[in-house]
Design a protein around this ligand. Structure first.
Ligand SMILES: [Zn+2]
Length: 302
């Protein structure tokens, strides 16, 4: 596999020169759907944007295809999350760096001392940063800065796009805060398939419990299911949640375990955790996804 990847990179490097591009726009490649949406809002039609991951794709497990490697090699800019969220792409990014291209980890702009720690990831931090809107705003400001630096001719346009989107993120922030106030503090317990919502929980005073831990790479064991079902009964939790990028069966097993103890817990809906919804829908955008998640959570737990 390593060898194939190297050959693909080498061949593509030889085969691609700047003047062979079909236009003069910057080629920008992104990893997760959240980052793709952010860059689309700032770059607009002025860039050629290619997102590697689609809706419903789990970034923890995502491996680069040969086609992806070609896109990465041809890119003028690569934006990714970092903190080992895209765990299986690290090797490809390291190879890129060796060939003189520096992929940009957007989490590099965040002050690490403010992050939630995690022993699970090689980065030692929980990488699900986008559920804190302030961090996502820092991502946006960095994307805008990089686009302006690489394409000074269109700098003003990127700046305007960013300022417009920034205002929308600020109003998202206040809308979300209002909606969450509908939920009393004691009902703010969020049980989901994996621990993607710790930053969300910290921002809005939720206790967050994930069945599979921080990454989806390890499956939940029988013991985890038993422990968590006892917790759900003890706290009289009304609903638990499926995630769009994680198989449903883990949460269904938890619901069945609660039922076997003579209690009932609803499945409150599907949350978008590590990927946005389908392109062209509201949930296919970061703002729409956040609103959808919060409405689903608040309405099910009320
Ligand atoms: Zn995750």
């Amino acid at each position: 596999m390593k060898k194939i990847l190297f050959v693909v990179i080498a061949v593509t490097l030889l085969g691609c020169k700047k003047d062979e591009k079909n236009n003069n726009k910057l080629n920008v490649v992104t990893t997760t759907t959240m980052i793709t949406d952010l860059v689309k809002n700032i770059g607009g039609d002025n860039i050629n944007l290619q997102g590697l991951m689609g809706s419903g794709v789990d970034p923890h497990l995502y491996k680069a295809s040969e086609g992806d490697v070609t896109k990465l090699v041809n890119a003028d800019i690569i934006f990714y999350n970092g903190l080992h969220l895209e765990g299986k792409l690290v090797e490809v990014f390291e190879k890129m760096e060796r060939s003189g291209k520096t992929p940009i980890a957007l989490t590099d702009v965040i002050d690490k001392s403010t992050l939630i720690g995690s022993d699970y990831f090689a980065s030692n931090y929980d990488p699900h940063i986008w559920f804190n809107i302030d961090y996502f705003i820092s991502f946006g400001s960095e994307v805008s800065r990089v686009l302006q630096e690489k394409d000074p001719e269109n700098a003003q346009l990127y700046e305007e796009n960013w300022q417009n989107y920034y205002k929308r993120l600020l109003s998202l922030k206040s809308d979300i805060t209002l909606k969450i106030e509908e939920l009393p503090k004691e009902k703010r317990i969020l049980v989901t398939a994996h621990d993607a919502f710790n930053y969300f929980g910290r921002s809005y005073n939720f206790e967050v419990v994930g069945l599979q831990g921080l990454s989806t790479a390890t499956e939940a064991g029988v013991q985890d299911v038993q422990k968590l079902s006892a917790f759900i009964i003890e706290k009289s939790i009304k609903a638990i949640f499926v995630e769009s990028s994680v198989p449903k069966r883990t949460i269904e097993a938890l619901q069945a375990a609660v039922k076997s103890k003579g209690h009932n817990v609803e499945i409150g809906g599907t949350l978008y955790s590590d990927a946005l919804g389908n392109a062209g829908t509201d949930e296919g955008t970061y703002i729409g996804m956040f609103e959808y998640n919060v409405n689903t959570i608040v309405n099910a737990l009320k």
